[in-house]
Write a protein that binds this ligand. Structure first.
Ligand code: PEP
Length: 258
């Protein structure tokens, strides 16, 4: 059990139009009690952010996330969206460096770092995703890969800003595959991530930073994963698309600190 407040985020990826977003939130929000023991974030695709904002702007428990952003605030970057556009819509969180963006859009740690710093400067909470591929794990490179991604992604982030950042440890081999890290594997990786955060920012600050697990988290494995001392919530893809399954995961997170 930890004293950090868990944070559970729904990464919808390229799913849910505006009507589907309204349908989800109409069913989901009544499930949440007024005093949820976990932070919750809904992360729709860009085009559904305005619809989600109608439900979530200034919501006491549920934040509104974006799945990406450009580090520059505006300018000649066709197809991109900078932080001021997100803030304008009531966005509070932004997922950065997701493995799908690293893999399909060749995002580097340096570029992700620019986004992390721009998000912090704009008052957004960055959810920085890191994690190893199966090949890297099998080659014994989990720690080297995660250390490089953390050092690169968090470069030049001031220690006093670091507690605002959320880290999502997402083993790439577990994302969307139905294959989950065991609770022991997750804890081992999370403890390692926290040790790197301590190297970067000191123990006290590392102890405040929340580390989500992501990778096929579902209602039936969430309780055990969330019970691990260094697991502070989850970044949920597939199981966040249904209000009931996402709510069941939030309950597991809340119980882990009860
Ligand atoms: C994700 O996209 O970050 C994710 C963890 O997806 P899934 O839960 O579907 O594995």
């Amino acid at each position: 059990m930890s004293t950090r407040r868990p944070i559970v985020a729904a990464n919808w990826k390229m799913n849910k139009t505006q009507p589907e977003t309204a349908e989800f939130l109409s069913a989901f929000l009544p499930l949440l009690g007024p005093a949820c023991a976990s932070d919750v974030v809904i992360v729709p695709p860009f085009t559904s952010v305005p619809k989600a904002s109608e439900f979530l702007r200034n919501h006491p428990v549920v934040g509104l996330g974006a799945q990406n952003m450009h580090p520059k605030p505006n300018g000649a970057f066709t197809g991109e969206i900078g932080a001021p556009f997100l803030v304008d819509l009531g966005v509070t969180h932004v997922v950065l460096g997701h493995s799908e963006r690293r893999q399909y859009f060749a995002e580097s740690d340096a570029f992700i770092n620019e986004k992390v710093r721009a998000a912090l400067a704009a008052g957004l909470t960055p959810i920085l995703c890191i994690g190893e591929t199966l090949e890297e794990r099998d080659a014994g490179r989990l720690e080297a890969v995660c250390r490089t991604q953390l050092q690169g992604g968090l470069a030049l982030v001031a220690a006093d800003a670091a507690p605002k950042v959320v880290i999502a440890y997402e083993p790439v081999w577990a994302i969307g595959t139905g294959r989950t890290a065991s609770p022991a594997q997750a804890q081992e990786a999370h403890a390692f991530v926290r040790s790197v955060l301590a190297d970067l920012f000191g123990h006290a600050i590392a102890g405040q930073i929340r580390i989500q697990y992501g990778g096929s988290m579902k209602p039936d494995n969430a309780v055990e994963l969330m019970a691990q001392p260094d697991v502070d919530g989850g970044l949920i893809g597939g199981a966040s698309l249904q209000p009931e399954s996402f709510f069941a995961i939030i309950k597991a997170a809340a119980e882990s600190v009860a």
